[in-house]
Design a protein around this ligand. Structure first.
Ligand code: ZN
Length: 63
C-alpha cells in the first residue's frame, strides 16, 4: 500500500489517500486537490502545477 497525506506538503488539511499503487494514490490526491484545494490550484501556471505534481508524487510513502 502507498499513502499520501496533505500534511506532508505542509497543508493545513487532514486528507489522507491510500491505494495499492502510487498511481492510484496520485489520482486520489489530484482529485482531492482539484476540489478541496481548487482555490490554491486555480492560480498555478502549468509549470507550477508540474512542480506541484512532482512534489506530491515524491511525498507518497509506502505503508
Ligand atoms: Zn488537502
Amino acid at each position: 500500500m502507498e499513502k499520501f497525506a496533505c500534511k506532508h506538503l505542509g497543508m493545513d488539511c487532514d486528507f489522507v489517500a491510500t491505494g495499492a499503487t502510487r498511481e492510484e494514490v496520485m489520482d486520489k490526491a489530484m482529485a482531492h486537490g482539484s476540489t478541496v484545494h481548487a482555490d490554491m490550484m486555480k492560480d498555478m501556471t502549468e509549470a507550477q502545477m508540474a512542480e506541484f505534481a512532482q512534489k506530491l508524487e515524491a511525498s507518497i510513502q509506502p505503508i
